[in-house]
Design a protein around this ligand. Structure first.
Ligand code: TYM
Length: 331
């Protein structure tokens, strides 16, 4: 059975981008693959979270994973910082990663621009840690949204480099996975492109009906189409892109036809979109609090996940150490 690995940083609640870009694939894949889904808490250290928030933030994502339907009986669900083996592989990849290629990644450049007083080595080596997360379990497939494509390219590069460096065919190049034919990018409704935490434009799985409605009704639009069948400007396309993932094909078609014959009323489209988002997230929202308050269960899931993940990670490390030429002292 092929292996799947993916993770999400615990920097707040899950939003629609996380859900449609990643978690929906997790849900399908846990039935068909050997899955490892984790909470990337080491990755979140680049933004200096407070010690008292660390466990709480990880628990939030863990509760949300479970509320979405991730099943610890089917998938290995764990917290990244519980699997120290990852760090050793991170070190090996760092030894063979070049400053130039790390500095050129778009996410590094973006982060360096956003937090100029904290351009740390963790930000620079973000792609090597991500490669270690993936390759420690020898993943064949990685369900991620479009924004992770460059990091995935880097993971493949580090796998190839390791093989050629040691003259082995050991690490396989992991593929990005998406449920749809192309990678998913959930837009923000403020005209800023992607929905994301740092963009501050998220609709969260936790949001109640009124909040969802308020956020959707505020979405940026324009004066409306005047020429039939014209191309949609980006802000309008964003609404339709979201509608394509949350609404039924008939609803999408209805509003698309209204656009094409210039009779569209954005207020109606937004109301429908808000209602459909609410239908999609309501059952999840209801379960999040249940899981969140059950810390005993969350701890149990994390412990079992960490054990399973460490066992597999230790096996990979043993092999990697042999390839690199380290002595094996048997512990
Ligand atoms: P993160 O925490 O930013 O996002 C988690 C997942 O959600 C997807 N996503 C989106 N997809 C579509 N549209 C959006 N607007 C949107 N916003 C977020 C992301 O593509 C991602 O799949 N580097 C990763 C975490 C990570 C990881 C890994 C992932 C660390 N190690 C190993 C896979 C494998 C990140 O920052 O994702």
């Amino acid at each position: 059975m092929e292996t799947v690995v993916s993770g999400i940083r615990p920097t707040g609640n899950l939003h629609l981008g996380n859900y449609y870009g990643a978690v929906k694939s997790f849900l399908q894949m846990q039935n068909e693959y050997n899955c490892y889904f984790f909470i990337a808490d080491w990755h979140s250290l680049t933004t200096r979270p407070k010690p008292e928030d660390i466990i709480q933030s990880a628990n939030t994502i863990l509760a949300e994973y479970l509320a979405c339907g991730l099943d610890p009986e089917k998938a290995t669900i764990y917290v990244q910082s519980d699997v120290k083996e990852v760090l050793e592989l991170y070190l090996y990849f760092n030894m063979n990663a070049y400053l130039g290629e790390l500095e050129r990644t778009t996410t590094f450049k973006e982060k360096a621009r956003k937090q100029p007083d904290n351009v740390n080595a963790g930000l620079l080596t973000y792609p090597t840690l991500m490669a270690a997360d993936i390759l420690i379990h020898k993943a064949a497939k990685v369900p991620v949204g479009k924004d992770q494509e460059q990091n995935m390219e880097m993971a493949r590069k580090f796998a190839r480099r390791f093989n050629s460096m040691y003259g082995v065919e050991y690490l396989k190049e992991p593929e990005s996975f998406s449920l749809s034919a192309k990678a998913v990018k959930i837009p923000g409704l403020d005209g800023s492109g992607k929905m994301g935490k740092s963009e501050g434009n998220c609709i969260y799985l936790m949001d109640d009906e009124a909040t969802i409605k308020k956020k959707v009704m505020k979405a940026v639009t324009d004066a409306g189409p005047t020429v039939p069948n014209s191309e949609k400007p980006e802000v309008i396309q964003n609404l339709f892109t979201l509608m394509e993932v949350v609404s039924s094909p008939d609803t999408y078609k209805f509003f698309d036809e209204k656009w094409n014959d210039c009779s569209i009323r954005y207020g109606d489209l937004k109301k429908q979109l808000a209602a459909d988002i609410n239908v999609a997230v309501a059952p999840i929202r209801e379960r999040i609090n249940e899981f969140k308050s059950n810390t005993d269960y969350l701890n149990k899931v994390a412990r079992i996940g960490a054990e399973k993940s460490r066992e597999n990670a230790a096996q990979t490390l043993k092999e990697v150490r042999e390839i690199i030429g380290f002595r094996s002292v048997g512990f």
